[in-house]
Design a protein around this ligand. Structure first.
Ligand SMILES: Cc1cc2nc3c(=O)[nH]c(=O)nc-3n(C[C@H](O)[C@H](O)[C@H](O)COP(=O)(O)OP(=O)(O)OC[C@H]3O[C@@H](n4cnc5c(N)ncnc54)[C@H](O)[C@@H]3O)c2cc1C
Length: 483
């Protein structure tokens, strides 16, 4: 068995692992960085472009986010957008589409009006859209099957001038490329190497794949649900159980121009289905994702069943959490419905009903189940707190090893999550960070973002249109400047 040594070793070359690779290569003085990835290329699992909804979550239209969570995601989204827009090939990484969250019926419309009051000071581009304004952006949303305007009250919160979609697969490749261009450092990415086992000897991490034993002073595992398995092998995170939730999609002909989300049922743990353009499938609209509990850590990969059984760690406390979920009627119906969404023949009928909330005129024959599209969200159950955790989870051992589990919005948060790990690992290794470059390039502290905050704080509702135009000019000016 051969041996290779690194200061920092990252396991997993999805968007989380590659973002950390880029940030540590570009902004720290860590000299030797290695990545181990079991597939032949980056982003073959959840970060694959077809396996997620490709949404850059900013928090304004995600009604399942509180303002606090939304502002956290907004910062993460800005970091990611700053990186993408600075790349010469940014039009293959990040995409501007209109976006909105649609309220249908008096109750949802009231909720959106209230949300607008609360959120708009922080989101200067956010507009409250009435039926006519919705029709101007998304005609198919505003009319019913007979071509008349919808009978029920609808309202939306949205914007037309923002970057809203990301190809996380292309982004992962970009991170790798850019990290390998940093001069004077060792940046190795080892593909086709499956980490089987990790040991700790004399404070060093020994990471074994079939043929090689990698040694590292620090270790960050970004391997989706497998992160928990590797953590538990070392005795960490034993109070967690992993509940894999798969998402499926349906394609229709292009009925939407941008992203249309719906108001979240606050009793449900997962985001409601939405309609999106697929950045790699022009001329179609993709609806989903559904939420189906599957006993696998990777979609369409039966070999990950034993790994699931190890991280599921089923016991009375897990049963209790599942039972608590199941006995809420909304959740129970939702779970059963999501099982039926996978059953051929009836799945289209059921899904059509849900999707007509967004596009009332859709027909049965318009829907086509998207085969091999959609990944698995590794949701964690905290057995001690007896609850299902939403969003990303991290186990930081404080001894040079970090394990990341990254369900949605893990794509959007990849750079912010990498920042947290970069800071923890540099501290552990006694290394330094080029704070100025980091803040200027990713946080835009002296440029676009201070402008956004400035306009957000100063402008009242009537001036937001002008702010939108100013912002476009500002971006154009900045782009020309950087060219
Ligand atoms: C249906 C769905 C919709 C989503 N929509 C969105 C969205 O719209 N916006 C958003 O921001 N996020 C979204 N997400 C979440 C997002 O896709 C993930 O958070 C993100 O892709 C996670 O990236 P990752 O690098 O952590 O994991 P992954 O992309 O899964 O990468 C993990 C990597 O680790 C490797 N690996 C695993 N085990 C080993 C091992 N033993 N040895 C070596 N390598 C290993 C794998 O091969 C893989 O390359 C969605 C997720 C799903 C499932």
């Amino acid at each position: 068995m051969t041996t290779q040594s690194y200061d920092l070793l990252i396991i997993g070359a999805g968007v989380s692992g590659t973002a950390l690779l880029y940030e540590t290569a570009r902004y720290t003085d860590i000299q030797q960085i290695g990545v181990i990835e079991k597939y032949a290329a980056p982003a073959r699992v959840n970060s694959l472009s077809s396996n997620n909804s490709q949404t850059l979550h900013c928090g304004d239209i995600e009604t399942n986010y509180t303002l606090e969570k939304a502002l956290k995601v907004q910062r993460a989204a800005r970091m990611l957008a700053s990186y993408c827009l600075a790349q010469p090939d940014h039009e293959h990484l990040i995409y501007p589409y209109p976006k909105m969250v649609l309220g249908v019926g008096a109750q949802e419309c009231r909720l959106l009006r209230e949300r607008f009051e609360l959120f708009s000071p922080h989101y200067p581009n956010l507009q409250l859209l009435d039926q006519k304004a919705i029709a101007a952006i998304e005609p198919a949303v505003a009319v019913q099957a007979n071509g008349q305007l919808r009978d029920e009250e609808i309202i939306a919160l949205g914007s037309t001038d923002e970057y809203t979609a990301v190809n996380f697969e292309a982004l992962s490749r970009s991170f790798v490329r850019r990290a390998q261009q940093v001069e004077g450092k060792t940046v190795d990415v080892h593909y086709n190497e499956n980490v089987k086992h990790i040991r700790i000897e004399e404070g060093r991490f020994l990471v074994e794949t079939g043929s090689t034993c990698y040694q590292a002073r620090a270790l960050v595992v970004c391997a989706g649900g497998h992160s928990l398995k590797l953590a538990q092998d070392l005795g960490y995170g034993l109070h967690y159980s992993c509940l894999p939730v798969a998402g499926s999609y349906y394609f229709t002909p292009q009925v939407l121009n941008g992203k249309v989300y719906t108001v979240q049922n606050d009793k449900l743990p997962f985001a409601a289905i939405h309609g999106d353009p697929d950045v790699l499938v022009p001329g179609k609209t993709r609806f989903g994702p559904t939420a189906l509990i599957l006993p696998l850590l990777e979609r369409y990969n039966l070999a990950t069943l034993p790994d699931f059984l190890r991280v599921f760690r089923f016991d009375r406390r897990v049963a209790r959490v599942l039972w608590d979920l199941f006995r809420v009627p909304d959740i129970r119906n939702y779970m059963l419905r999501n099982i039926l969404f996978e059953v051929p023949l009836i799945r289209k009928i059921l899904f059509l009903k849900d999707v007509r909330k967004i596009v009332p005129g859709l027909r049965y024959r318009d829907l086509c189940f998207a085969r091999h599209v959609g990944g698995i969200r590794p949701q964690l159950i905290d057995k001690t707190q007896r609850k299902l955790l939403m969003g990303e989870a991290k186990i930081d051992t404080g001894k040079g090893a970090i394990f990341n589990m990254t369900p949605s919005p893990g794509g959007t948060s990849c750079m912010e999550n990498a920042e947290i790990d970069m800071r923890a690992i540099t501290k552990y290794l006694g290394a330094g960070i080029d704070e100025q470059a980091f803040r200027t390039e990713l946080l835009g502290e002296d440029s676009e973002h201070s402008f956004a905050d400035f306009t957000g704080r100063l402008l009242d509702e009537d001036s937001r249109d002008a702010a939108g135009r100013l912002r476009r000019l500002w971006r154009r000016f900045r782009r020309r400047e950087s060219d």
